[in-house]
Design a protein around this ligand. Sequence first.
Ligand SMILES: NC(=O)c1ccc[n+]([C@@H]2O[C@H](COP(=O)([O-])OP(=O)(O)OC[C@H]3O[C@@H](n4cnc5c(N)ncnc54)[C@H](OP(=O)(O)O)[C@@H]3O)[C@@H](O)[C@H]2O)c1
Length: 252
Amino acid sequence: MERWAGRVALVTGASVGIGAAIVRQLVQNGMKVVGCSRNIEKIEALKTELSSAKGQVVPVRCDLKNEQDIMDMFTMIKRDLGGVDVCVNNAGLAHAAPLLSGETKDWREMVDVNIIGLTICTREAVKQMREKGANDGHVFLLNSMSGHRVIPSPNGHFYSATKFAVTALGDGIRNELREMKSQIRITSISPGLVETEFAYRMQKNDDKAKALYESIKCLQADDIADALVYALGAPAHAQIHDILIRPTDQVS
Ligand SMILES: NC(=O)c1ccc[n+]([C@@H]2O[C@H](COP(=O)([O-])OP(=O)(O)OC[C@H]3O[C@@H](n4cnc5c(N)ncnc54)[C@H](OP(=O)(O)O)[C@@H]3O)[C@@H](O)[C@H]2O)c1
């Protein structure tokens, strides 16, 4: 990881959960990390927590449903930090919204954040990497086991469809990078159940979410951050395509 010290990473969805764990690990490895989400206060707190670490946190308020927010963030990154070297598309959400009874606005929000926001960020990040000559740049997609198989649980079907899209986007972006003779790498990380705010936000029922996280020994956010650091730290000629991680106890 030494070669990444002093370089610039963007982590979306940095306020809590997997994103916050990734910010901690990248800053401890000396990176300048732009952390974005809607709740900037939590990223400000992360900045204070990490004030004596090797790297630094730059908090940005950004709603990934709003393209102007995203473009303004990339303008700031270029102006103040010289452009991005690593883009971690982590922000994502699920609503309990079955295909035959769910609400359209819930499906739209999942599409806007999980697919469109991720793709805009990737396009802008790759543009900056190429402009600054970061031919060893790295894009990460926080996918899910739900991007690889559909489990018979109606509340998660539409979310699963957005993550299948992320699987396709990962391969598509890699093809386009190779077509432009770029060495920028792209890695998709697909976790099973990770204990974060995710299920609380999805279920909108704390007892149900808590019961889910108590049903097996879940992955922790740091398990996912460890996997990301492994892929980022691999030598530039080695591209880790896909990392699938389930809790040992998870069956499906
Ligand atoms: N937890 C799991 O079991 C699990 C499993 C597989 C995959 N994943 C994936 O891992 C990623 C991270 O999930 P997590 O478990 O860490 O979830 P989490 O604890 O619910 O955190 C979600 C993050 O996304 C941000 N976010 C949501 N909507 C946003 C928006 N419109 N604009 C900007 N940021 C937004 C949230 O910040 P604000 O609310 O402050 O904006 C928060 O920082 C997601 O892509 C998720 O699909 C999670």
